[in-house]
Design a protein around this ligand. Structure first.
Ligand SMILES: Nc1ncnc2c1ncn2[C@@H]1O[C@H](COP(=O)(O)OP(=O)(O)OP(=O)(O)O)[C@@H](O)[C@H]1O
Ligand SMILES: O=P(O)(O)OC[C@H]1O[C@](O)(CO)[C@@H](O)[C@@H]1O
Ligand SMILES: [Mg+2]
Length: 782
């Protein structure tokens, strides 16, 4: 038998903590370890006894979609004292627990680090006081501890996201989206207070996601005289025609002298100085409740698995790790070092070193804050470029609609205006450009105004209109329009068609000089199948739509108990959406086009279902869902698979196929798609700007003049389309309409391990080889 792993959740609960517990328990069991739940956070560790209990595979069934933490959490005063930690050490040893996973926020991990640092001293004291014998403590000389970041605040250094922060942000955005309607109807102001006593991440991201007029966060207080500044910006925005005013306040907002800025005070300023009919909405604990969003489900699962992996790899000399995420990469960092950095951030705020606090928070935080100020507040004369560098930048949507297309366009338009460029929208894609540019009274090529674009910040679909038409359908007219409307640069937003369009324009440059301008693509595709990036806008929105759909299906399956559903996911020839959904809902298994479906595979899956339903005596009700990508097999359609399962079940259970279809495009873009749209669109305009004033030849000579922006591993990168190292030649599976390398492929195996299907397959063929301890593959140390 391997390690005995104790697991606790601590501090404010966060959506996704249950996903952590499920992943740790099941992965531990898969790796021949035992898992122990320590109930009520550190309180359970200090009290011991019945508060520490073994958890089995079935105990965590269905937990992935549950909000809060089902093993309880607490803020435990006793653990802050050495006496409490002494009792905790004793309880760990008495329960034979030699490894500990702590999931919580900055406080909880600080506590874990203190516990780790004191461990040897605590053992000595337990022996010296006769509480335990030297023999009893001997096997526990090192405390193997791994930290997992679970908190809605996202206030920990060294990671981009804490488990739960995007669920809370989702709740906030939904609330503010709703406030929009009533605020606009009455032309009112709203002061919305969000959580974050010491950290402004939620407030900043909410402000970006909703184009709020003003923002207060603890780590970057406004300059003195902010009352005037705020009123002046709001007045300018109102003068531009904005009917609503939204001010977002973190609960820990303060001025430069560390005096609290209360929401009520802001309301009074808006009412008294601007005569704005203003209301205050304090969102409170609603932000912390509810089911986790898709991101928190897969993040908690992957990080829980990583925690077990890290524990098993620890040696007495390895520093205790904390599991992190950087862009798209799960990794580990030193617990002690990241705790130190986090504490430095808090200390910098207390010492009024706000610039330092902003930098320590995380490198992107500062960029986001700067971007927010440049885009959402009115004019920035200092940002305007000289006339010679100002460009006419055309923006076009290509392919199927994807969440994030509109926010990206809004960000690009606002940024262009801030810099002095002219943003020009091309409506209805390349066919719209060629066929309708000269329509009267309005053609398809139109300059965009600030207010028009500002309203797109939370809109789903494509306000410009999008379709799959390519420039190759009429290259001469496309080139003619580029010249006629004097485009200096083109910003494409779209999926694989947009990628193809960009490639066509690039290759046609020798025939059409009009295309010798900088061209950049921001991938937006629900299928997440665009080469040059591991993430496309819209894929998160679709993931959330499909996950919500599956939750309902699962509930139905679970209520009738003897029913399995086969859900058909879109995604074309890429299994990303199907696989990530399967991971996020805890599906039995997933069928992808990359892997295909064989008769052996179906036989195993039917055997799994048979065994599982036979063991289910009604005590536990969790529905069974299989996710099948629409192109996984030409033979085994969703309906055929459901029928095969029915035939083989001999009446003991039944299966149904369901096709959510275009529902998967989602409604309003998810916060992740909104904030990434914002950040990546700004990067794209910055990139186009670097070509201002360059000759056609200089542009053509630079491979990056036709580029795709993307997230690759832990970085955001612009990659050239052409050239020997370009994305077209090296990263594109043209026939498969997907990238050659898809890092998420490794997750298919994890779906099967965590559902228990892998164990059934091992039992059937007696071969554990392929199912050994999972190696997450896409991890790195950072
Ligand atoms: N310096 C410390 N030493 C020992 N234990 C600590 C320390 N700081 C915090 N803890 C323990 O961690 C618990 C949780 O900390 P805290 O209340 O700060 O929440 P958190 O983990 O930061 O989560 P969140 O901020 O998301 O609510 C505390 O109640 C305490 O038991
Ligand atoms: O639930 P409690 O104990 O009132 O704590 C509220 C605090 O917890 C958090 O929700 C998470 O740390 C903070 O944003 C908030 O300040
Ligand atoms: Mg905290």
């Amino acid at each position: 038998m391997g390690k005995r792993i104790g697991l606790l959740t601590s501090g404010g609960d966060a959506p996704g903590m249950n996903g952590v517990v499920r992943a740790v328990v099941r992965m531990a069991i898969h790796c021949d370890c035992e898992a122990y739940g320590i109930y009520e956070g550190y309180e359970g560790l200090v009290q011991g006894g019945d508060m520490i209990r073994q958890l089995y595979w079935e105990d965590v069934r269905g937990w992935l979609l549950r909000g809060g933490t089902l093993i309880g959490s607490a803020r435990c005063a006793a653990f802050r004292e050495r006496a409490g930690r002494l009792a905790a050490a004793r309880n760990l040893i008495l329960n034979g627990i030699d490894a500990l996973v702590v999931c919580g926020g900055d406080g909880s991990l600080t506590g874990a680090d203190v516990f780790r640092a004191e461990w040897t001293g605590l053992l000595d004291e337990l022996v010296a006081t006769g509480t335990l014998t030297a023999e009893q403590v001997a096997p526990y000389a090192t405390l193997n501890i791994v930290g997992l970041l679970g908190s809605i605040d996202n206030d920990f250094s060294g990671t981009d996201a804490t488990i739960g922060c995007y669920s809370a942000l989702t709740r906030i955005c939904e609330a503010i989206d709703d406030v929009f309607d009533t605020a606009t109807s009455h032309r009112r102001g709203f002061v919305v207070e969000v959580m974050g006593r010491y950290c402004g991440w939620l407030a900043l991201m909410a402000a970006i996601s909703t184009a709020a007029d003003w923002l207060f966060i603890p780590e970057m207080p406004p300059r003195d005289g902010w009352e005037e500044d705020m009123c002046s910006i709001i007045t300018k925005n109102r003068d531009r025609g904005k009917r609503r005013t939204i001010v977002i306040v973190a609960e820990g907002a303060q001025d430069r002298n560390l005096n609290h800025i209360a929401s009520a005070k802001i309301k009074d300023i808006l009412t008294d100085r601007l005569h704005l009919d203003t209301r205050v909405s304090v969102l409170g604990h609603i932000q912390r409740g509810g089911p986790p969003c898709a991101y928190d489900r897969w993040l908690s699962t992957l990080q829980g698995v990583k925690a077990v992996e890290a524990l098993l790899a620890l040696t007495p000399d390895t520093p205790s790790p904390v599991v992190t995420i950087r862009e798209n990469t799960i990794g580990v960092s030193s617990l002690a070092e990241t705790v130190k950095l986090t504490q430095e951030t808090a200390a910098s705020i207390d010492a009024k070193q706000f610039d330092r606090a902003m930098t320590l928070r995380d490198s992107e935080f500062l960029d986001y804050h700067r971007g927010y100020r440049h885009l959402t507040t009115a004019d920035h004369p200092k940002m305007l470029l000289p006339d010679s560098q100002r460009m006419r930048i055309a923006i076009i949507h290509v392919g199927a609609p994807a969440g994030g297309m509109n926010p990206a366009t809004r960000a690009a338009v606002a940024y262009c205006l801030t810099k002095g460029h002219t943003p020009i929208a091309i409506h209805n894609g390349f066919p719209g450009l060629c066929r309708h540019h000269a329509d009267k009274p309005v053609g398809s090529v139109r300059e965009v105004k600030w207010l028009e674009a500002d309203n797109w910040v939370n809109e789903g679909g494509s306000e410009l209109g999008t379709n799959v038409g390519l420039p190759s359908e009429d290259m001469p007219t496309t080139a003619h329009c580029f010249e006629l409307y004097r485009f200096d640069a083109l910003f494409l937003i779209g999926g694989f068609e947009a990628f193809t369009a960009l490639s066509q324009l690039r290759m046609a440059r020798d025939r059409f000089p009009a295309f010798r301008i900088p061209l950049v693509l921001l991938p937006a595709a629900m299928s997440n199948n665009v080469p040059g990036t591991e993430y496309s806008l819209g894929s998160d929105t679709s993931l959330n739509a499909l996950v919500s759909f599956c939750d309902v299906v699962r509930q139905s399956a679970s209520s009738s108990r003897r029913c399995a559903f086969v859900v058909e996911a879109q995604g074309g020839k890429s299994g990303y959406l199907a696989t990530t959904t399967a991971l996020a809902i805890g599906a039995v298994t997933v069928y992808t086009p990359e892997q295909g479906i064989s008769i052996q595979r179906l036989t195993t899956d039917i055997t799994y279902l048979r065994q599982n339903f036979a063991l289910d005596h009604g005590a536990s009700r969790a529905g069974k869902v299989i996710v099948r990508n629409e192109r996984a097999s030409a033979t085994y359609s969703t309906a055929v698979i459901a029928q095969m399962i029915n035939d083989e079940a001999h009446g003991r259970f039944e299966a149904q196929g369901v096709v959510p279809g275009h529902f998967q495009q989602g409604g309003k873009p998810s916060p992740i798609d909104r904030i990434r749209a914002f950040r990546l669109a700004i990067r794209c305009i910055d990139h186009l700007e670097t070509f201002a004033g360059k000759s056609h030849q200089e542009i053509v000579d630079d491979d990056l003049s036709a580029a795709v922006i993307g997230i690759k591993g832990s970085h955001v990168l612009l990659s050239p389309m052409g050239g020997p190292a370009g994305v077209e030649a090296t990263e594109t599976d043209w026939e498969g309409r997907r990238p050659k390398h898809e890092p998420w492929l490794a997750h298919r195996k994890l779906v099967d391990i965590l559902s228990g299907r892998a164990a059934v397959e091992t039992g059937l063929n007696g071969d554990r080889e392929g199912w050994g301890c999972y190696d997450s593959g896409n991890s790195s140390s950072n």
